[in-house]
Design a binder for this molecule. Structure first.
Ligand code: ATP
Ligand code: MG
Ligand code: MG
Ligand code: MG
Length: 482
């Protein structure tokens, strides 16, 4: 099945079970001060789940464009390095607002995967909430019993609160969840190690595909739980991962969602996929990020200097840097990928076709302006290297690397790469200490996002840490002061 057919089959299946098929909400959120980007299918139903909005349809399903690059869900560091986390991805979901509950949700999930898609039952595992004694929460035996109709007991695995209990925030609807994992390793590998032991690990071929959340409690302001009068089913399945399982490939990037883009990157950049891991990572990063940037522009969020626009700008720059460093791209190239992207995804998302010229123009301008900055940084580095050479030094001060990072957006690895090519090294300790100083300065800044959505504002929040690994992922995290 093509990805297009897989997406459609999901929607058709849930339509046949009485669900109203709704469009994806925009990926960029404009009217919620607590959340910049849609990070799960359920975001658009927040007010229905909270009881603020009336229930228009008690059963809905959709494919939602999601972005996980900030706040509670930040997968940016994984992207390109692994083969199944994206920045932007589609989440297939079905919901029940006070209508059906665990029985139907589980039975239909199983029916869809094994009867409609005919995925191999022996490769599926499910997790159920194991309970949490401090809060008097028991194991979700109810879900386990429903699963037991379909799977042997040993493939129904207990999961802890972190993986198998979903909460909206400090208060509000919450409940256990049950996740479906698939083992797509070949038979030899499966014979060596049981997939059971790899579930929720980091094996790239034993992965979570579908989360089924059973919201049955409400967490009150004092932290205690009460039963929720109108229970909610909220599910989310990673579309690209499902395509990987269905198309018999070992990486999301080998599905037809990505192969045309990877091929076009190869053509445009003169690179070959599958020969050199560093080149492969760069190609995956670019293939991933071009989607994020294009979809964010069609949703009205252009790269800019502030908030959501800045996140998008940094994602674009990240892709340009990978192209620059590993694919030797010295001129704008990302915008050239839009033709293939819009041909490939324009059927499901026609805005990619109707706004193609705008997307290309915005990306090209951003690329050119960033490349000018990169060139200026490189000139600075050239001068420092020449001066050091004259002084017979081979180590560059950490401060220089930090200035390049801070002012010109050079991550340390790019600086190191250029230095190495010229037989120089850099003082990493000095670089780290400059970085530390900057983090301290940043503590005074403000951020507004920590959860699926969040109840914190500047002033009533306390700083708890950073999601900070490289130049483009510096996001401050705050939590509400109780
Ligand atoms: P993981 O443990 O793999 O990071 P998750 O538990 O964070 O996934 P959920 O919040 O349960 O993910 O989201 C529902 C589904 O969305 C997941 O089961 C997975 O298939 C998919 N998904 C989650 N994050 C990503 C991502 N970054 N890229 C692609 N698919 C994703
Ligand atoms: Mg995750
Ligand atoms: Mg998970
Ligand atoms: Mg999950």
């Amino acid at each position: 099945m093509t990805s297009q057919e897989i997406r459609q089959s999901f929607l058709d299946f849930f339509a046949s079970k009485g669900h109203k098929i709704v469009p994806s909400a925009p990926m960029v959120i404009k009217d919620d001060p607590t959340l910049m980007f849609t990070n799960a299918g359920m975001n658009q139903f927040k007010n229905i789940i909270l009881g603020n909005d009336p229930i228009k349809y008690s059963r809905v399903a959709d494919s939602q464009k999601c972005l996980r690059v900030s706040g509670k869900h930040n997968d940016l560091e994984e992207v390109g390095h692994d083969t199944y986390h994206h920045t932007m991805f589609e989440m297939l979901g079905n919901w029940s607002f006070g209508d059906y509950f665990k029985k139907e949700a589980i039975e239909w999930a199983w029916e869809y995967l094994t009867e409609v898609l005919k995925l191999d039952k022996d490769r599926l595992y499910v997790t159920v909430f194991e309970g949490y004694a401090p809060e008097g929460l028991e194991r979700d035996d109810e879900a386990a019993a429903i699963w037991a109709q379909f799977l042997p007991e040993h493939r129904i695995i207990n999961g802890n609160k972190k993986d198998n209990f979903w909460e909206m925030g400090d208060t509000g609807p919450c409940g256990p969840c049950s996740e479906i994992h698939i083992d797509i390793r070949d038979n030899d590998e499966r014979a060596k190690i049981d997939g059971l032991t790899l579930v929720n690990g980091s094996h790239p071929q034993v992965i979570e595909i579908w989360n089924n959340v059973f919201m049955q409690y409400n967490r009150k302001a004092d932290g205690s739980l009460e039963g929720l009068p109108a229970k909610v089913i909220d599910t989310g399945m990673g579309f690209e991962r499902l395509c990987m399982a269905m198309q018999g490939v070992q990486s999301n990037y080998d599905t037809d969602v990505f192969t045309p883009i990877i091929a076009e990157i190869g053509r445009v950049c003169g690179a070959e996929y599958g020969k050199d891991e560093k080149v492969d990572i760069a190609m995956r990063v670019i293939a991933d990020h071009i989607r994020t940037i294009a979809f964010s522009i069609t949703d009205g969020q252009l790269p800019s200097n502030a908030k959501a626009g800045y996140v998008i700008r940094r994602i674009l720059r990240r892709a340009v840097r990978y192209g620059y460093t590993f694919l030797g791209q010295r001129h704008a190239f990302m915008y050239k990928l839009i033709t293939v992207l819009s041909e490939n995804m324009g059927k499901a998302y026609p805005e990619l076709l109707s706004q193609k010229t705008l997307i290309e123009k915005v990306i090209k301008e951003e690329e050119e302006s960033f490349l000018r900055t990169l060139e200026t940084g490189i000139k600075l580095l050239d001068k420092v290297m020449a001066d050091s050479k004259a002084a017979a030094k081979t180590e560059i001060e950490g401060k220089v690397a930090f200035t390049l990072y801070d002012t010109f957006g050079f991550p340390l690895d790019l600086t190191e790469l250029i230095l190495r090519e010229n037989n120089f090294t850099v003082n990493i300790d000095e670089f780290n200490s400059e970085m530390q100083k900057q983090k301290e300065r940043a503590r005074n800044a403000a951020a507004t996002e920590t959860g699926d959505w969040v109840t914190v504002r500047e002033g009533d929040s306390e700083f708890v840490g950073y999601d900070f690994n490289e130049a483009d992922t510096e996001i401050l995290r705050y939590r509400k002061v109780k």
